[in-house]
Ligand binder design. Sequence first.
Ligand SMILES: [Zn+2]
Length: 168
Amino acid sequence: MALLKEWRDKAYSETANKGDLQRLWTEYFQKEKDVYAQLLKNPDEVVKGTVKELADKFGLDIMTMTGFLDGINDSLKEPNPIDDMTEDTEVNLGFDKELLYKNMVNAGADWLYGLEEWNDIFDEDKRKALYKEEKASHTVRKENKVYPNDPCPCGSGKKYKKCHGKNA
Ligand SMILES: [Zn+2]
């Protein structure tokens, strides 16, 4: 089975045990945040390699790496062939900084667009302008997959519903 289908079947399953899904997404968001923090430290470096090599580089399993590649694809200068990639497919993580910031805003993920690494990339005015631009476009691309009783992905230790999920 193609990796992407395997990941989506698992992560967006309608029939899976809800506790299992919660655990999967909670772990995923923490790992995703760590990888973005690393990437944003060198925002102009285009990280490249096979899916397997990048998974090893970031200490992820193949499924988590697949989910990450799925999530970042819309923010890349050259999108990867995610639909039919395998472990040995060459991929890149060369993201468009403004687009990535906006996509994080669009996803409502302030634990991602609020990463302190962004402060060295865009000054405060620029970040505010990008935020406004994205909010004004009124498009919601991705459903937020955090469950109310999960620990909030921002790392506060509170439940999502008591933290960033308050208005969700
Ligand atoms: Zn939070």
